[in-house]
Design a protein. Sequence first.
Length: 209
Amino acid sequence: MRMILVGPPGAGKGTQAARLVGRFAIPHISTGDMLRAAVKAGTEMGKQADTFMSAGQLVPDEVVIGMVVDRIAEPDAVDGFMLDGFPRTQPQAAALDVALNAAKVALDVVLLIEVPDDLIVGRITGRRMDPETGDIYHVEFKPPPADVAARVVQRKDDTETACRKRLSKYHSETAPIVPYYRERGLLRSVDGNAAPDVVTARIEAVLAG
Ligand code: ADP
Ligand code: ADP
């Protein structure tokens, strides 16, 4: 299964990916997670990416494309992957096609999780992450258990200002790739405005159908 998850920031891509990868036994490849790991490790790429990420801007295509092309060539991704947060621009979508064509493989599905803009800021500003496990929580919608609560952290780009910039980038740069996949018959969309379990069931239904 070669699958892409698309949706605005806070749509629930990471939450749903964590639930879905086990079913398909494929790696969850999140460009946001990879970039945050590079920032934390202080690599040259991380230093370059940090400024863009903190400001709610997209990291330049050439940085992200190289990172993903290398990652999907790794042995664990040869038979399938779940890409979360990539592609986010038309050049990224085109570069992914080139890499997949060269490897003589094809995408199976592009899953769009739709959530209205007016819910996004609340989801993003309330998001918390367990730095030890990467588990995603929300102060209101998914509070961390007592033994985890003391160590959860807030991403520095999860402010209202950065979130609004990211949302606007989503509409201008990322939403235009949706028709590209729809025309090829790859797109499946689900309404992400429901409890996480309900959204998972909706995703399973569209993937089965
Ligand atoms: P969210 O969970 O809010 O959708 P991510 O964790 O996927 O955000 O990404 C965080 C940030 O990392 C983005 O705002 C952007 O700066 C950068 N980033 C992640 N993926 C990409 C990408 N495919 N292209 C450019 N920038 C990216
Ligand atoms: P994305 O990866 O698309 O940016 P996340 O999975 O990180 O989204 O979810 C963003 C925030 O919203 C997190 O705090 C998460 O706990 C919360 N969340 C995810 N799915 C739902 C849902 N269906 N209903 C309410 N809150 C949700």
